[in-house]
Design a protein around this ligand. Structure first.
Ligand code: PHE
Length: 340
């Protein structure tokens, strides 16, 4: 009986078959259990002989069941591991990962440089009203910047001045001064729009505005800030600035700033043969603008600047056609190390 069971147990195909054998042998009315029950009716002599035999048979069957159970469970685990294994021969997804566009990269760099100088980042809407984009900035009705060929107007009802796509980031100056108490130190990077298109102009481009409002701010603060920023951005100490007197309705005095650096063998001179490249407009914030924002110009002074981000990127990475920035041509991005 014991041999028959151990033989069958070793052959049991699965856990269910094994359990059936266990019930047949060791269950309540199993064959071995029944044998054990007969012990009580035996005379002591026979019991002495038969008892240990039946007990050891019971033990052997039990051990055989345990052993087979372990075996079956291991087999089941191995089978599962085999089916769930990663198929390393599957082809991988070769879609290249995206990368950060040069303009976004430069914007991030600028935010970092100005963060070190204590400037916070401010934002404003790309669809602006006439007052923020022009009026509050002291731009008179007849100013050419308002003319149709420069400004994109948004269709509107009624006789009110229609909203515009902001033509510069300067309206963020107004929004910041209306909202925050001085001292103010902000930069405002973002998209701006002008109806213009050639190798150095696109209808949408990027500017970064800077604004500082505090007590006793003068032109020297502006010059130091611009110098520090441009040296950090171009990662060289021999950056030289040229401030040319200029005119903006919202700054007085105003200066346009050219950047260049001392010519050295093997080093690219920014701006080509002329040696100078115009990068930004700047000046001391006009008292009228400060007043328009509800601040007392006798108490608060400041400087502001507006800089073309795309142009900075072109200079830094040696690109010559602004339009290529917005074509999304992977070959161009790859050429400049931005595509993957
Ligand atoms: N908003 C001016 C422009 O777009 C630049 C500028 C900003 C000039 C701030 C002076 C001060 O040309």
């Amino acid at each position: 009986l014991q041999q028959r069971y151990t033989g069958e147990i070793a052959q049991a195909a699965d856990l269910a078959a094994l359990d059936a054998l266990r019930v047949a042998a060791l269950g309540k009315s199993g064959e071995i259990t029944s044998l054990l029950k007969t012990l009580g009716k035996m005379d002591p002599e026979t019991r002495k002989v038969e008892g240990p035999k039946i007990q050891s048979a019971r033990q052997s069957v039990q051990d055989a069941i345990e052993a087979r159970k372990d075996e079956l469970e291991r087999e089941a685990l191995e089978a599962r591991l085999a089916t769930e294994r990663q198929d390393l021969s599957l082809p991988v997804d070769t879609t290249p990962p995206g990368s950060v566009h040069p303009v976004s990269q430069v914007m991030d760099e600028l935010a970092e440089i100005f963060a070190d100088l204590g400037f916070a980042v401010a934002e404003g809407p790309e669809i602006e009203d006439d007052w923020h984009n022009f009026g509050a900035l002291n731009i008179p009705e007849a100013h050419p910047a308002r003319a149709m060929q420069d400004t994109f107007y948004v269709a509107a009802e009624g006789d009110e001045a229609p909203p515009v796509l902001r033509t510069h980031t300067s309206p963020v100056q107004i929004r910041t001064m209306m909202r925050d108490k001085p001292p103010i130190r902000i930069i405002a990077p973002g998209r701006v729009y002008r109806s213009d298109s050639d190798a150095t102009h696109t209808p949408m481009f990027h500017q970064i505005e800077g604004l500082v409002i505090d007590k006793g701010i003068h032109l020297g603060h502006l010059k130091w800030t611009l110098e520090t920023f441009l040296k950090a951005f171009f990662e060289r100490d021999d950056v030289v600035l040229r401030l040319r007197p200029s005119y903006f309705p919202f700054t007085e005095p105003s200066a346009e700033v050219d950047v260049g650096w001392s010519e050295e063998k093997g080093r690219r001179v920014v701006g080509g043969s002329e040696g100078w490249m115009e990068v930004l407009g700047s000046g001391m914030v006009h008292p009228k603008v400060i007043e328009n924002c509800g601040l007392d110009p006798n108490e608060w002074q400041g400087f502001a600047f507006g800089c073309g981000i795309d142009r900075l990127a072109m200079l830094k990475y040696g690109m010559d056609d602004l339009r290529a920035f917005f074509d999304g041509d992977l070959r161009w991005l790859k050429h400049y190390g931005f595509g993957m």
